[in-house]
Design a protein around this ligand. Structure first.
Ligand code: FES
Length: 168
């Protein structure tokens, strides 16, 4: 006779542990899936948002272009309207983020009458050159970010925010 026989008590322990573990996994899996679902969800619609700005109407003077996209925050979806300062630099289209790199206020083109060819942040008098470069001795410590841009059927599309590519 073998010494490895399973006693009735051991058999019951193994069986109850197995069944209990199976039931616990069955209850926990949906909860884990529910918790991480927004992270796993695929984002639709691509990275670019179509605007109402005609490319042919852009000039060398920055204009504010609004665009709206759907933002998903966990299970809550909402439409967010954002904007960019857009202008032409030769054949290139530049779209700068209006978010000040000091404390995040919104900058305006020509907002300071003394410096009509600069971006101005009214919160702490931050200033930026047309290419987004922060003016030394004003509060911002870095250049304005850029948006990726694309053209579709003559209209401007705005993409992700990227670090400024014009300021070295
Ligand atoms: S937030 Fe723009 S200068 Fe301070």
């Amino acid at each position: 006779m073998s010494n490895n026989r399973v006693s009735r008590r051991q058999f019951l322990n193994y069986t109850l542990t197995g069944v209990g573990g199976f039931m616990a996994a069955g209850m926990l899996m949906p909860m884990v899936r529910f918790a991480v679902d927004p992270v796993l969800a695929k984002k639709g619609g691509g990275d670019f948002v179509l605007t109402e700005q005609k490319i042919s109407e852009l000039t060398e003077k920055p204009v504010k272009v609004d665009f709206t996209y759907e933002q998903v925050d966990a299970w809550y979806k909402s439409d967010v309207t954002d904007n960019a300062w857009v202008y032409k630099d030769g054949d290139k289209i530049i779209a700068l983020s209006p978010v000040c790199k000091h404390l995040g206020c919104t900058v305006n083109w020509g907002g300071d009458k003394k410096e009509p060819n600069q971006f101005y942040c009214p919160c702490h008098s931050g200033r930026y050159e047309k290419n987004g470069k922060n003016v030394p001795k004003t509060p911002p410590l870095g250049p304005l970010d850029e948006f990726q841009v694309k053209e579709k059927d003559g209209y401007l599309m705005i993409g992700k925010v990227v670090p400024n590519t014009m300021v070295k």
